[in-house]
Design a protein. Structure first.
Length: 520
């Protein structure tokens, strides 16, 4: 019997595009993020302003959120808010800083205290910083995590207290905050707090200090295995903030978008559509597809697309297998070569029960398994193995992600990988994470898995399967050893430090453009 599982692609409505978000608390007249990102289709944000006059002057943009309230650490009760009208500021020639000064206490603000006779008072709603962060706009629909690309704090003098509370719930990639009303001691305290949370000081503009966590954008086909790897890298906690951009969803301002990251990596062979922008972005990752780049290797070695990425002016190359890594380092390419193996994420899967081998599984796209003119996945070999063993087969062959594969692995008893060349491969390690034993050709990261039995041809695969069928103790031992090795050495959680090294190596020395002319 043959079954076929279409995993589907969750979140396909996103088309893999990166959506960036901001939160600005307090609006600086003429310098709001609400105006700065108005024309950027991939930016959405929330503007919080307590002063009714300033709030009413904000231009409304369809995708953004607007909150007329004072922001609090822990209270949602209405409160009195004190400020000076713009007309009074101009008429009395007050300093420009007065335009964005407002507080729940007159005594807490030097500007309000000095011009007490001009201060107006209004009773306004109050919202907690946690309620703001919990808004759906800050939930990344691609990873399900709470994400914020940019935080701008003009809320004086409570900015420091708000920031401390906010960091308990979300870690914005970039923070721009006013320090005008902070003492030197409080400023140093904020600096130390942000450094503990992985932020770097990126400079100052006027009274505003800028901090950011290192960031990278990964460009991948989000509907295939590249998207699963990129999604995992974006979801896993590390020293970098990672976003993903689908190859079919480039925004019109791609070059500007890429310049807002510290590093850019592409999982794709480069095309004229993105080549110019990526050249300025600065890096190419040649994974996760393993390609034999040697002059006298596989039939695809002379294919122009296969050679294309090395003509790219990137800083370094991510080698997805030790074979590729060894070859590139021996050839002494001008670019820096780092080892970036791709695997499955252990925590995404549930380990199933033990059972005898009755159903063989194969992961891939049978009708389009050819890459660079070669039959890379060799589905016909799998069919012959199944015919010779007489076992049932179950194949998944459509667009899928890690999230939709659990039910597939629950249906099979043994996964067979017949690939000629691989960069992960993901299938074997996903199966192992689900408690499904694996046999495979000697490809990609499988080469490093001592517990995975290897075969070269149909005869070798059939013999391995027959041995596992005949000896249930051997089958159980194989299953447990593979899981243990995966858990301890080869899961994506274990490989993440290698990717951190890669990100750091391809980092641009220039500051992110998000901090240049921010209007903060």
């Amino acid at each position: 019997m043959h079954c076929s599982v279409d995993g589907g692609f969750e979140g396909s409505g996103l088309k893999g595009s990166v959506m960036r978000t901001y939160l600005e608390i307090g609006s600086s007249d003429g310098g709001t993020l609400n105006e700065r990102f108005a024309s950027r289709s991939n930016w959405r944000g929330m503007s919080v302003e307590a002063v009714p006059e300033r709030f009413q002057s904000l231009h409304r943009h369809e995708c953004n959120i607007y909150v007329n309230a004072a922001c609090s650490v822990d209270s949602n009760e209405p409160t009195e808010f004190h400020y000076v009208l713009l007309a009074d500021i101009d008429a009395n020639r007050l300093p420009s800083a007065a335009r964005w000064h407002g507080a729940t206490s007159i005594e807490a603000s030097d500007v309000l205290r000095e011009h007490r006779n001009l201060v107006r008072t209004a009773t306004v709603p109050q919202v907690t910083v946690r309620s703001l962060v919990d808004h759906p706009i800050f939930t990344d629909r691609f990873t399900g995590r709470r994400r914020m690309s940019l935080l701008k704090l003009d809320a004086q003098p409570q900015a420091a207290a708000l920031l401390r509370t906010l960091l308990d719930w979300v870690r914005p990639t970039t923070i721009v905050m006013s320090t005008a009303s902070m003492s030197e001691t409080e400023g140093l305290s904020i600096d130390a707090l942000l450094r503990v949370h992985g932020y770097e000081y990126r400079g100052r503009r006027g009274d505003d200090a800028c901090y950011a966590r290192p960031s990278i954008v990964l460009i991948a086909n989000m509907k295939w295995s590249t998207g699963s790897i990129a999604r995992d890298l974006a979801s896993m906690q590390g020293g970098w903030d990672v976003d993903c951009l689908g190859w079919d969803a480039y925004p019109h301002d791609l070059e500007l978008l890429l310049s807002e990251y510290d590093a850019v990596a592409s999982f794709l062979l480069l095309t004229p559509v993105v080549w110019p922008s990526l050249q300025k972005g600065g890096v190419v990752c040649c994974g996760p597809v393993e390609i034999d780049w040697a002059n006298n290797g596989a039939p695809n070695a002379e294919h122009p697309l296969a050679r294309g990425p090395f003509g790219f002016q990137g800083r370094c190359v991510g080698a997805v297998s030790r074979q590729i890594y060894g070859m590139l380092t021996r050839e002494q390419h001008a670019k820096r070569v780092l080892y970036t193996p791709a695997s499955a994420r252990l925590s995404r899967f549930r380990r199933g029960r033990r059972r005898p081998v009755k159903t063989l599984g194969w992961v891939g796209v049978p009708e389009s398994a050819r890459s660079f003119g070669i039959d890379a996945k060799r589905f016909a070999m799998f069919e012959e193995i199944a015919r010779r063993t007489g076992l049932q087969t179950c194949v998944t062959h459509q667009r899928y992600t890690y999230d939709t594969m659990q039910r597939y692995y629950d249906e099979i008893d043994l996964l067979v990988c017949t690939s000629m060349t691989e960069g992960g491969p993901l299938g074997p390690f996903e199966a192992i994470a689900c408690g499904v034993p694996v046999i495979s050709t000697d490809v990609g990261l499988v080469r490093e898995a001592e517990s995975i039995p290897k075969f070269e041809d149909v005869d070798g695969a059939v013999k391995l399967i027959e041995r596992l069928q005949a000896d249930q103790t051997l089958l159980a031992a194989c299953r447990d050893q593979q899981y243990r090795e995966f858990e301890q050495r080869l899961s994506m959680e274990r490989l993440l430090p290698l990717w951190e090294r890669f990100f750091e190596a391809c980092r641009t020395p220039e500051p992110s453009s998000i901090l240049v002319g921010s209007g903060a």
